[in-house]
Design a protein around this ligand. Sequence first.
Ligand SMILES: NC(=O)c1ccc[n+]([C@@H]2O[C@H](COP(=O)([O-])OP(=O)(O)OC[C@H]3O[C@@H](n4cnc5c(N)ncnc54)[C@H](O)[C@@H]3O)[C@@H](O)[C@H]2O)c1
Length: 283
Amino acid sequence: MTHPALSSGSTAVITGSASGIGLATAVQFAKMGLNVVIADIGADRLAQAVKTVAATSAKGADNVMAHETDVSKMDDLIALEAAVQQRFGGTDILMNNAAVQPGSDMLNKSQTWQRILDVNLHGVINGCHVFAPNMLKRKGPCLIINTGSKQGITTPPGDPAYNVAKSGVISFTEALQHEFRNTDGANISAHLLIPGFVYTPLSCPGRTELPDDAWLPEQITEFMIASLEKGDFYILCPDNDVKRPLDELRMRWAADDIIKNRPPLSRWHPDYADAYADFIKDI
Ligand SMILES: NC(=O)c1ccc[n+]([C@@H]2O[C@H](COP(=O)([O-])OP(=O)(O)OC[C@H]3O[C@@H](n4cnc5c(N)ncnc54)[C@H](O)[C@@H]3O)[C@@H](O)[C@H]2O)c1
């Protein structure tokens, strides 16, 4: 059993699917008989991804389409949506998954912040704005899955632009699901995918061996499909290091910074090191 939207003949558009989690999901969806649209940047990477997906697809290359799309550009997403309408008659599943993580400094005045927010946050918002109106008109069931990050919840120091973008993805997706469930006749739901540490070019650039604590992208896809079947909105993935009980404590500690009027990010504040160690000692 899977979520009813994930049935043979449904059409899934996945951004950032020339690599990593997006590619693993494209492969799995195509195996399940879905039409799959690979939306990413770089013609060569797209052509390679089509080969990879078509090789395991239940219907060969017939149900696989690639479309060069920069998610930070509204016009690209509008063209993508129209191309999918033309080829497959519309979109049943949209996975806004594309992102970059080049690193960022808090007071950096370069273009990095702009680019990270354009791709990682506006890319998701643009995707929903372009696709959701026509998805709402379909009989459904339809799904929008936005890929967030634990860094958008507990916002660890070190990469503030990425954290800000992912925090925005979380608020946006929560509000989107609220909107859908309050729209008469809507047969669509939004979901937030929250991967842990996953072995991909984004998190492990240049690395050729699977780190012990990382999941493979295929494990994320499998966990996501099982969570969608259960109807979960928050798809909080573990990895080989951090399991759900530790994630829960980390999130509770972060929320308690406000409730207990502690300094922000007290988890990384030396004055709170002992208290935090005590807080998670049973894990
Ligand atoms: N890998 C991890 O540990 C991890 C952890 C938490 C969240 N995530 C999230 O998972 C998602 C997938 O990342 P991944 O780890 O599979 O990385 P990845 O680098 O393998 O895949 C990201 C894809 O996005 C594409 N992309 C980048 N900019 C784009 C743009 N402007 N338009 C269209 N496509 C663009 C890239 O070309 C790439 O193919 C991202 O949203 C990432 O933030 C990853």
